[in-house]
Design a protein around this ligand. Structure first.
Ligand SMILES: Cc1cc2nc3c(=O)[nH]c(=O)nc-3n(C[C@H](O)[C@H](O)[C@H](O)COP(=O)(O)OP(=O)(O)OC[C@H]3O[C@@H](n4cnc5c(N)ncnc54)[C@H](O)[C@@H]3O)c2cc1C
Length: 448
């Protein structure tokens, strides 16, 4: 086996790895990117399924995501607004369906007041945290040792307010039950998006999409990098000394002065490092795990909900599909809905057969938007749990106490090796914006 030599090898052609390689190339470093899958993009994947272009992975762009917006500009990619005209739907604890406009859910006044009050508390905590160093927040130790569920139980007097506040962070973002991550993790999620108010504002957080799909970002970056990007190369081993690395994937062998491992923390342990990574590094990643959400896509001959004056936006902490949106493609006469089934509910429906699951999901969409939701022309579930290289969605996060105990280690370089992905980002945590920021930082760490 011959060994090719470059300045930097990058493992992983997701947004993190490709943005790192792009920045390194701009700084005149020679790079090779090795990607295990036969495609680039990782958790960004736009594909045609049953005649419909679907965003199987990440898709939305929000106004605070400056790194992503700058990259879209640089790559000349256009965006369009998510459809949001008309009324949204909320289903309350006893199954009653209410329509509303604006951001305030149609809940009883006492629930609304409590949601506002606790939102202010979370906004204040988020404002006092640097999302890149959450372990340094003055309240870090106290909040990292309690579950978000327990914190909310103390902080919020109204059960319906609690259920909704939990929805915005647990089901909608971390995609783990609120008893499985810390209150500090919840504050980090809010701080990484600018504030908790930003997170709960779907107008803000789910503002725009990219024409042709968000996977166009990694596809364009890979195009610019040309034959430096090699797919179908699942890196098995890395031999390293302080002076450099040798990376092996099947019959590909590349030597370099530096290595960027741009894979989620959970995928780092699939690679055999010789000598092994320091034990504190291995231990830290054992406490990071993926959340789980099923992203459901249903396409209809028309966007029938629009005819009824509905935006397609729907929320309920009491429904199987806890949130749904109009996800109709740019310039497509058909109507597409996207919905999400998270954590414990995802486990429950994944244990059932595909037909039963589909019927349950569509019945949930129908309770929001009417019986026409029961009969889509096309139906598809993005199942990231079956993807060994991600093992869940949207991203991975620490268990209780993990941020303060292990957080700083995930960003520490080891000799010539630097490791990162959107899962360790500060701003843009678990989002493409965070992936691009981490990629740029990893590259800067090498070129500085
Ligand atoms: C269903 C879903 C919806 C989402 N929605 C949004 C959204 O609307 N907006 C948003 O901003 N974000 C969203 N996200 C999150 C976003 O997609 C991710 O945060 C981001 O794409 C992660 O990029 P990354 O490069 O850090 O990691 P990844 O995309 O996971 O890239 C890592 C790459 O490394 C490769 N790899 C792993 N191990 C090896 C190995 N040993 N050898 C070679 N290659 C390897 C993998 O195949 C992969 O391509 C969503 C994610 C999912 C799954």
């Amino acid at each position: 086996m011959t060994t090719e030599h470059v300045d930097v090898v990058v493992i992983g052609a997701g947004a993190t790895g490709l943005s790192a390689a792009h920045a390194l190339r701009k700084a005149d470093r020679s790079v090779v990117v090795l990607e295990a899958r036969e495609r680039v993009g990782g958790r960004l994947w736009t594909d045609e399924v049953d005649g419909v272009d679907l965003e199987i992975g990440g898709q939305w762009v929000s106004p605070d995501q400056e790194a992503l917006l700058a990259m879209l500009d640089e790559l000349g990619l256009e965006t369009f607004e998510r459809y949001r005209e008309g009324a949204s739907v909320y289903i309350g604890p006893t199954g009653e369906r209410r329509t509303f406009t604006g951001e305030q859910l149609p809940v009883p006044p006492a629930v609304e007041a409590e949601m506002r009050r606790v939102t202010e508390v979370l906004d204040d905590l988020a404002a006092r945290m640097d999302p890149a160093r959450p372990w340094e927040a003055p309240f870090a130790a106290e909040l990292d040792r309690q579950t978000f569920a327990a914190w909310l139980e103390d902080a919020c007097a109204e059960p319906e307010a609690r259920d909704n506040l939990e929805l915005f962070i647990a089901q909608a973002m971390i995609t783990k039950p609120a008893h499985a991550f810390s209150a500090l993790q919840a504050v980090l999620m809010a701080a990484s998006a600018g504030s908790f108010s930003n997170l709960v504002d779907s107008e803000f957080i789910l503002d725009r999409r990219v024409v042709g799909g968000l996977q166009r970002v990694p596809l364009r970056l890979a195009e610019l990098l040309g034959d430096a990007v090699r797919t179908g190369r699942d890196v098995e081993s890395v031999d390293w000394t302080d002076d450099g690395v040798t990376v092996v994937a099947g019959d590909t062998r590349v030597g370099a002065r530096h290595l960027v491992v741009a894979v989620p923390p959970t995928a780092v342990q699939r690679i055999r490092f010789t000598p092994p990574l320091p034990s504190e590094q291995r231990e830290a990643r054992q406490h990071h795990s993926f959340g789980m959400v099923i992203k459901v896509h249903a396409t209809y001959p028309t966007a029938f909900w629009r005819e009824a004056g509905l935006s397609g936006t729907a929320f309920s902490p009491y429904e199987l599909v806890h949130e749904a949106y109009d996800n109709t493609n740019h310039d497509d006469p058909r109507g597409t809905l996207v919905g999400f089934v998270s954590d414990l509910r995802a486990d429950e429906v994944l244990a059932r057969g595909a037909d039963e699951r589909r019927a349950l999901v569509l019945a949930s969409l129908a309770r929001y938007l009417g019986d026409r939701a029961l009969e889509p022309d096309a139906y598809f579930e993005s199942d990231w749990r079956s993807e060994e290289l991600a093992s869940g969605a949207y991203g991975s996060s620490f268990d209780i106490g993990g941020i303060t105990r292990f957080g700083p280690r995930l960003r520490e370089p080891v000799g010539p090796i630097s490791i990162g992905s959107s899962d360790v980002a500060g701003l843009g945590f678990q989002h493409v914006d965070g992936a691009l920021r981490v990629g740029a930082e990893l590259a800067a760490g090498i070129t500085a």
